[in-house]
Design a binder for this molecule. Structure first.
Ligand code: ADP
Ligand code: MG
Length: 227
């Protein structure tokens, strides 16, 4: 599903160059659950942004479901991002002034999908939050906010969910509930790539990739064979 070859990302800061990602290579099969670990600044979020088509590599190839992502124009990239990928972030990234339901509907509205409200309500039900549909994010707990952001990630039935430290702002009990939800989604066939600092979170993955200084320093299985 995902094939990455010599993927590099260089950020230019005035005169300075930052090699955030340095010739990374791997592939991820459909249905895998991969945890990405590594110290702060090792390139984890840079890699997630590339995998999520939020940004393009400086060099190298990224093939997603057979599409050569580095050759797509901005409109095509936005389409792939909206249709095939669900994002979950550490800080939830919900819009504060609109309800849980309206936040969940957003990707459907951008994609001009009919019956947005109905689909969004189903997604909120899926994450156990239908009864909070009309609450704004400020009226929800951290765990509930993260459930809304997972519902929002699910509405377009993405092939892949990318989660960047999704339990980083949650207490350990709430974090475990969120992980249970991710595991269920993975068992339903969603490919899951999750960045975490927490060993017990990573241990639930079928594969753990360790990064340092923009490189993969280890890529170990926990049972499932990668492609
Ligand atoms: P991680 O998520 O593992 O903490 P990042 O991918 O965020 O690491 O960052 C990797 C490196 O790239 C760091 O040195 C960081 O400072 C740098 N970096 C990340 N994003 C940018 C950016 N937009 N502009 C310049 N440098 C960046
Ligand atoms: Mg990061």
């Amino acid at each position: 599903m995902i094939e990455v070859e010599s993927l590099s990302k260089v950020y230019h800061m005035g005169e300075q160059k930052v090699n955030a990602l340095n010739e990374v290579e791997f592939c991820i099969a459909k249905g895998e659950f991969v945890a990405i670990m590594g110290p702060s600044g090792s390139g984890k979020s840079t890699l997630m942004n590339l995998l999520g088509c939020l940004d393009l590599p400086s060099s190298g190839n990224y093939r997603l479901e057979g599409m050569d992502i580095q050759n797509l124009n901005p409109n095509q990239l936005a389409e792939v991002r909206n249709r095939r990928i669900g994002f979950v972030f550490q800080n939830f990234n919900l819009l504060p002034r609109i309800s849980a339901l309206e936040n969940t509907e957003l990707p459907l509205i951008y994609g001009r999908v009919p019956k947005a409200t109905e689909i969004a309500l189903q997604a909120l039900e899926r994450v156990g939050l239908a009864q909070r549909a009309n609450h704004r994010p400020t009226e929800l707990s951290g765990g509930e906010r993260q459930r809304v952001s997972i519902a929002r990630a699910l509405v377009n039935r993405p092939a892949i969910i990318l989660a960047d430290e999704p339990t980083g702002n949650l207490d350990s009990i709430t974090g475990r509930e969120i992980m249970k939800l991710f595991l269920e989604l993975n068992q339903e066939g969603v490919t899951l790539i999750l960045v975490t600092h927490e060993k017990d979170v990573a241990q639930q993955a079928s594969r753990i990739i360790q990064m340092r200084d923009g490189k993969i320093i280890s890529d170990k299985l926990n049972g499932v064979q990668p492609c």
